[in-house]
Design a binder for this molecule. Structure first.
Ligand SMILES: *[C@@H]1O[C@H](CO)[C@@H](O)[C@H](O)[C@H]1NC(C)=O
Ligand SMILES: *[C@@H]1O[C@H](CO)[C@@H](O)[C@H](O)[C@H]1NC(C)=O
Ligand SMILES: *[C@@H]1O[C@H](CO)[C@@H](O)[C@H](O)[C@H]1NC(C)=O
Ligand SMILES: *[C@@H]1O[C@H](CO)[C@@H](O)[C@H](O)[C@H]1NC(C)=O
Length: 208
């Protein structure tokens, strides 16, 4: 009985801390409060809940809600992506991009944005899970803010994939990940505005 009660408390605490977002207005508000649309030059009017979760070496994956701060060692990834919506007529494909607008520090982001992930050909499965059918353009790079930095924002954006995306020549696996600009990339390859997004904050490793 006592064990059951304790378990209950742990589970509800965990869901309090790590719960996914349940509505689009909350996500939009969190983006605006964190100055993300203005800093990365996007219009953020999400149509779907884009869910990101980080698998852990032991225990369940950690689901992200917009603005969640995670210890660096929980962010090795690669993250899993899914969509919650019944408003989508399409099953994809979709493009996912992850950028850090705060490198090397939020105060002086001279190398931002850093491209932490870029991949296309994500298809929507029956459970909402997004599965890629091709290799990523930029593989997931774990957040690694330098020692002494304030936490960085890591922004995950979901786009509808335009025709011809697989033929884009602007970015490949050898292109520098620094000084990326998701807004100008999106404009150049016809991604339009993101249809979903979320973000996390990660500070330097305490041992760094
Ligand atoms: C991350 O590091 C903290 C201590 O800084 C430790 O308590 C925790 O178990 C570590 N988590 C993982 C997933 O390694
Ligand atoms: C999907 O992406 C992952 C990580 O980028 C990669 O390891 C995997 O090979 C990709 N799947 C396919 C079918 O290419
Ligand atoms: C990768 O893109 C760069 C430009 O960022 C280009 O110079 C290079 O030729 C491309 N490499 C391949 C293998 O396409
Ligand atoms: C990124 O591109 C947008 C145009 O889409 C531009 O307004 C902005 O100044 C660019 N940011 C940087 C840091 O170059």
């Amino acid at each position: 009985m006592q064990f059951k009660l304790a378990l209950c408390v742990v589970v509800s605490l965990a869901s309090l801390v790590f719960a996914q977002d349940r509505n689009l207005a909350t996500v939009k508000k969190a983006f605006t409060a964190a100055h993300i649309p203005s800093d990365i030059h996007i219009n953020f009017n999400p149509r779907v809940l884009f869910e990101v979760s980080f698998p852990q070496t032991s225990g369940p994956a950690i689901p992200v809600h917009a603005g969640l701060q995670l210890p660096r060692n929980a962010t090795a990834g690669p993250p899993r992506f899914s969509i919650r919506s019944n408003a989508l007529a399409t099953r994809g494909p979709f493009v996912v991009a992850t950028v850090d607008p705060d490198a090397p520090t939020p105060q002086t982001p001279t190398s931002a944005q850093i491209r932490h992930f870029l991949g296309g050909n994500f298809h929507l499965g029956p459970t909402g899970r997004l599965t890629n059918s091709t290799a990523a353009i930029s593989n997931f790079l774990q957040p690694t803010p330098p020692a002494g930095s304030d936490p960085h924002r890591y922004v995950f954006l979901l786009f509808e994939q335009p025709r011809g995306f697989n033929q884009q020549k602007l970015v490949n696996s050898t292109t520098s990940i620094a000084n990326f600009n998701i807004s100008s990339f999106a404009a150049a390859v016809g991604l339009g505005q993101p249809i979903g997004g979320t973000f996390i904050r990660v500070g330097p490793d305490p041992s760094a």
